[in-house]
Write a protein that binds this ligand. Structure first.
Ligand SMILES: Nc1nc2c(c(=O)[nH]1)N[C@H]1C(S)=C(S)[C@@H](COP(=O)(O)O)O[C@H]1N2
Ligand SMILES: [Mo]
Length: 297
C-alpha cells in the first residue's frame, strides 16, 4: 500500500483519539475519586466523630496483616487501578461495574457508630451510597434471598494471602440477608473524612453495616453474588461458635471469650456501654422480630 499523507493523517488522528480518550478516562476517574461529590451530613445525632488519625491507623485488614500497624504500612502501596465489581448469581443478567459506574450513584456523607467485636468502637463520617440503589440496578430474580460479597484475592498485594499459613481462608467473604442489604442504613462506602478511602480502610469500595459487628463490613469488594441459600462467611467458617452469620451488635450476648457489654471509643480512655444494635434498634429491630438473638447471634 502506498502511504499517502491522507493515510498518515488518519492514522495519526486515530492515535490521538485513542490517546486522548484513554487519558480522559483515567483523569476523569482520578478527579472524581480525589474530589468526591457528596451531600454532607448534618450530624443530627450530634455524634462525636473519632479522630481521623485513629481511624486510619488502627485497622483490621487481615489480608495485609493481623498486626494493625503492619496492615497500615503494607496498605500504602495498594493498587486499585481499573477496579471493577462483578455482579452475578440470581440476577436477570450478570454485569460488571467500574469505579466510574459506582461513583455515579448519589454519594452522601453518613456519620455512623462502628463497633468491632474486639470491643473498640469509633464514629466515622463515611461517604458512600445506599447499597439498595445498586441492588435496584441489578434486576434481581425472585430466588434471591441473600447477597454475598467477596474481597480481592491477590497474593502479590496481600501478604497474608501469600503466606504459607494464611490466618483466614481467603478470599474474605461476607453476606447479608437481602432485606438487611436493602435497609437504607446499609452503605457502600467509597470515602471517609471527605476523601477517598485509604488502602487500609478498604479502598476503593467497601460495605458498612453500622448495626453489626465490624467484621461484616467487608473491604475492597470485587464481587457481589445474589444467592438462594445463606452463604458461608469467612469468620463463621473460621469459628462458628464465636462468629455468627448475623453478628448484630448486642450488649446482652457475650462473645464466648469476653463480654460485649462495653466498648472503648478510639482515642478515649474510658469505656462506655454498648447499645443494642449499636444504637440503631429503632431502625432495624423489626428485621429480627421473630428471631431468638441468642441463637442467631
Ligand atoms: N476484607 C476484609 N474486610 C474486613 C476485615 C478484613 O480483615 N478483611 N476486617 C473487618 C473487621 S474485623 C473490622 S472491625 C473492620 C474494620 O474496618 P476499619 O479497619 O476500616 O476500621 O473491617 C472489616 N472488614
Ligand atoms: Mo472487627
Amino acid at each position: 500500500m502506498k502511504i499517502t499523507p491522507e493515510n498518515l493523517y488518519n492514522k495519526r488522528r486515530h492515535f490521538l483519539k485513542l490517546g486522548a480518550g484513554a487519558l480522559l478516562g483515567t483523569s476523569l476517574m482520578q478527579s472524581k475519586l480525589m474530589a468526591l461529590n457528596f451531600t454532607p451530613s448534618q450530624n443530627l445525632e450530634k455524634l462525636k466523630i473519632s479522630d481521623e488519625k485513629n481511624v486510619t491507623n488502627y485497622v483490621n485488614f487481615y489480608e495485609f496483616s493481623t498486626n494493625k500497624k503492619k496492615a497500615v504500612e503494607l496498605a500504602k502501596n495498594f493498587n486499585t487501578n481499573n477496579w471493577k465489581i462483578e455482579i452475578n448469581g440470581e440476577v436477570e443478567k450478570p454485569l460488571i461495574l467500574t469505579m466510574e459506574d459506582l461513583l455515579s450513584f448519589p454519594l452522601e456523607e453518613r456519620i455512623y457508630r462502628f463497633r468491632c467485636v474486639e470491643t473498640w468502637s469509633m464514629v466515622v463520617p463515611w461517604i458512600g451510597f445506599e447499597l439498595r440503589a445498586l441492588i435496584e440496578k441489578c434486576k434481581v430474580t425472585s430466588n434471591a434471598k441473600f447477597i454475598k460479597f467477596t474481597t480481592l484475592f491477590d497474593k502479590n498485594q496481600f501478604a497474608d494471602q501469600a503466606s504459607f499459613f494464611p490466618t483466614l481462608e481467603y478470599p474474605y467473604v461476607e453476606a447479608l440477608r437481602l432485606d438487611e442489604a436493602m435497609h437504607p442504613l446499609t452503605l457502600m462506602a467509597v470515602g471517609m473524612y471527605k476523601k477517598p478511602l485509604l488502602g487500609q480502610n478498604g479502598a476503593p469500595i467497601r460495605l458498612v453495616v453500622p448495626w453489626k459487628y465490624g467484621f461484616k463490613s467487608i473491604k475492597s469488594i470485587v464481587k457481589i453474588e445474589f444467592t438462594k441459600e445463606q452463604p458461608q462467611t469467612t469468620w463463621e467458617l473460621a469459628n462458628p461458635k464465636e462468629y455468627g452469620f448475623y453478628a448484630n451488635v448486642n450488649p446482652d450476648v457475650s462473645h464466648p471469650r469476653w463480654s460485649q457489654a462495653n466498648e472503648r471509643p478510639l482515642g478515649e480512655f474510658f469505656t462506655q456501654p454498648t447499645l443494642m444494635f449499636n444504637g440503631y434498634a429503632k431502625e432495624v429491630a423489626h428485621l429480627y422480630a421473630n428471631m431468638d438473638l441468642k441463637v442467631n447471634f
